[in-house]
Design a protein around this ligand. Structure first.
Ligand code: ATP
Length: 291
């Protein structure tokens, strides 16, 4: 196999709780992760000259080792002493610096794809172990589906699939640094912890309304006051019939859960027309895991 094409899917958090800060500076979290069908397209090709080369459709993304996709490729090329190189072509569609784990998902796809292309024979668990050195969300992005993520996000427990629904994703035109949001969270105590166990029991019962009613994200207390547009998008989605709407990850992306496609489409149109966000998608949850 000389080339392979992959979809790197984004995620939303149905719940995000921060339990505290560890002595090594990482935060102890409890998150419910859900893959959604918004994805980057990645093509990997073998090349004769050694090393990794990346090109993308977004001029402002790094094309060197600062790009997580390159770091993922270098990791496997070095470990397995592969003499050939890899050319990565990245068509970016997941909103950037938005709380949807776009970079982590690209890295996960590269690990998965190179394992196949070079016949390295690594299991999914072995790929996930390597992934965590690139970022706490990378193991989850390899696994996909619905999962409880604990520790720094790398301790994963697969959960029953999210019931069928429509998801509206809207990314307002502001960029958020994940690190800064966590630093600011340390300055103030967490006001309200979300009901993560309630979401888990909602998933176990296949009860979409229960899941929606238990949704919560402690990072909203940092990002929402800084960017009031997030609250406006949430309100607009709820007015348009969302069961619930919330910020994903450290933001600023907001997602809403809908039972009907027509309502989801109207909500998306309203958000665009009000100028609250340009990147607005109506999509589905993606429940299949990688084998
Ligand atoms: P998370 O949800 O994990 O916090 P995020 O959505 O906040 O992720 P990303 O889009 O993954 O953030 O990346 C944020 C930063 O990382 C960007 O500023 C970008 O320059 C850098 N970066 C490195 N590699 C990539 C990549 N492949 N795709 C997007 N951004 C990347």
């Amino acid at each position: 196999m000389d080339n392979i094409e992959l979809n790197a899917l984004g995620k939303i958090n149905l719940g995000l709780d921060v339990l505290g800060k560890r002595p090594d500076g990482y935060h102890e979290v409890r998150m419910i992760m859900q893959t959604v069908y918004i994805y980057d397209q990645i093509r990997l090709e073998k090349k004769e000259t050694p090393g990794t080369e990346l090109s993308s459709n977004l001029f402002y993304l790094p094309t060197d080792k600062n790009n997580l996709a390159c770091r993922a490729a270098d990791l496997l090329l070095e470990e397995f002493g592969i003499r050939e190189g890899v050319k990565i072509t990245l068509a970016k569609h997941i909103p950037v610096a938005a709380g949807m784990a776009g970079g982590s998902s690209d890295a996960a796809a590269v690990l998965y794809g190179l394992n196949r292309m070079f016949g390295l024979g690594l299991s999914t668990e072995e790929l996930m172990k390597r992934g965590v050195s690139l970022g706490a969300d990378v193991p989850y992005c390899i696994l996909r589906g619905t999962a409880l993520a604990e520790g720094i996000g790398e301790k994963l427990t697969p959960l029953p699939a999210m019931p069928r629904c429509q998801i509206v994703v809207a990314k307002p035109p502001v960029s958020v640094s994940t690190r800064r949001v966590y630093d600011k969270l340390d300055e103030t105590p967490v006001a309200v912890h979300p009901d993560i166990d309630g979401i888990v029991s909602g998933l176990e019962a296949g009860d979409l309304r229960k899941i929606a009613s238990c949704m919560g994200n402690v990072l909203e207390q940092v990002t929402v006051p800084e960017y009031p547009v997030i609250e406006k998008i949430k309100a607009s989605m709820k007015e348009a019939g969302a069961l619930n709407a919330m910020m994903s990850g450290s933001g600023p992306t907001v997602f809403g859960i809908f039972t009907e496609k027509s309502r989801a489409k109207k909500a998306a149109q309203k958000i665009r027309e009000a100028g609250l966000a340009k990147q607005v998608y109506v999509t589905n949850v993606h429940n299949a895991r990688r084998k």
